[in-house]
Design a protein around this ligand. Structure first.
Ligand SMILES: Nc1ncnc2c1ncn2[C@@H]1O[C@H](COP(=O)(O)OP(=O)(O)OP(=O)(O)O)[C@@H](O)[C@H]1O
Ligand SMILES: [Mg+2]
Length: 257
């Protein structure tokens, strides 16, 4: 085994990762070392490769080159539980099931084959729905919930997985301000329990309040490190090109203070 893959403080280690769809590279030579117990944002424009990066780390996409290890092992040898909340719009929200069932699905990794969910599993699922403010909707069909309510149900599902590492693809998109606050508080709580949380995020205004670390991505990794160090006008310009004009001098000063 490659000795470089072993690092006790590291939740995720990505080395020289290149991913291509039909021979067109969408991620190029990415190196990323995510320490345990951080709340990290992956930031970049549409099509930058953010979702592809998460899915490659989780072993759902085969890279053209490079290595990924999670807690020092390849994803396929990995015994630790990993929570994943996919990007909205990438899931068939129409399947006939209620909110409680969706959350219970998060417990399947703990149940083993053919075991029915116990009362404890059900209680954990109901507690998680309560934490995201959806207790009153446990028996509502998923396709009869609003988009933001569906997001909250999928967040509850990720929470009951009791994972060591979470990947969340744009959890704040399409939710109201109160839900956004609930979600970020939950994510910070997970981080405070020494879990590692990796979040695709679009809102530059909230980056420094919400996250410890950030990776700026646009096919290549433009910058990686603490939010304070990475969030410079120059890095944002390289990441977004001319479209970084929306970042006001005011905000930049705030972020760099
Ligand atoms: N299954 C696929 N087949 C071919 N190309 C794909 C596929 N999935 C994504 N792509 C392309 O790969 C690039 C990266 O896509 P990805 O979904 O990772 O971007 P993203 O950063 O998550 O964007 P967004 O902010 O819009 O979610 C895009 O150019 C996209 O068109
Ligand atoms: Mg995406």
């Amino acid at each position: 085994m490659n000795a470089k893959l072993i690092d006790d403080d590291c939740a995720v280690l990505v080395q020289d990762l290149t991913v291509a769809y039909r021979e067109k590279p969408v991620l190029w030579d990415i190196d990323l070392k995510i320490p345990k117990g951080v709340l990290l944002a992956i930031v970049g424009p549409n099509g930058a490769g953010k979702t592809t990066l998460l899915r490659s780390i989780m072993g759902l996409i085969k890279p053209a080159a490079g290595n990924v290890s999670i807690f020092g092992q390849s994803i396929h040898q990995q015994k630790k539980s990993i929570g994943y909340m996919p990007q909205r719009g990438s899931v068939d929200w129409d399947f006939p099931t209620d909110a409680l069932d969706v959350v219970m699905m998060g417990r399947y990794g703990h149940l083993g084959w053919f075991k029915r969910p116990s009362k404890t599993d059900k209680k954990l699922a109901l507690d998680a729905l309560d934490r995201v403010g959806m207790a009153d909707f446990s028996h509502h069909q998923l396709n009869q919930l609003s988009g933001g309510q569906q997001q909250r149900v999928f967040l509850a599902r990720a929470l009951v997985q009791d994972a060591d590492l979470y990947f969340m693809d744009e959890p704040f998109v399409g939710v109201d301000a109160v839900t956004e606050k609930t979600i970020i508080e939950l994510l910070k709580e997970l981080r405070n329990q020494a879990k590692t949380v990796v979040v695709v995020h679009h809102d530059l205004q909230t980056l420094s309040d919400y996250f410890d670390w950030v990776s700026l991505l646009n096919v290549r990794q433009i910058a990686y490190g603490s939010v304070k160090d990475v969030l410079t006008q120059e890095n944002l310009k390289t990441t977004y090109g001319g479209r970084s004009a929306f970042l006001t001098a005011n905000q930049s000063a705030h972020n760099q203070s």
